[in-house]
Design a binder for this molecule. Sequence first.
Ligand SMILES: [Zn+2]
Length: 94
Amino acid sequence: MNTEKEKRPSGQKEPLTDIYLVISESTGNSQVGYTHSCGTDIICKTVDHPVFNNLSSECSTGESRIIWTPYCPHCEEAPADIGDIIYKSEQSAN
Ligand SMILES: [Zn+2]
């Protein structure tokens, strides 16, 4: 299906800083935009994350959270339209 060289999944974060890998590998800033180490401009895609009440819940609350996910179209796969489930009990952990 994809004849290009293998891309890594997008949306990965540095475990310690919680910064997107693609951003930490880039130059630039939020004012002018980011350029990845390969020279490609970083683009952002909105990802819809369904919100569940807590870890034991199997039901969606019906809410969703739109999160802007940056990725490099040259090195990374585009983020899926629907992202990982967000559990409300985790939201305040930040
Ligand atoms: Zn790149």
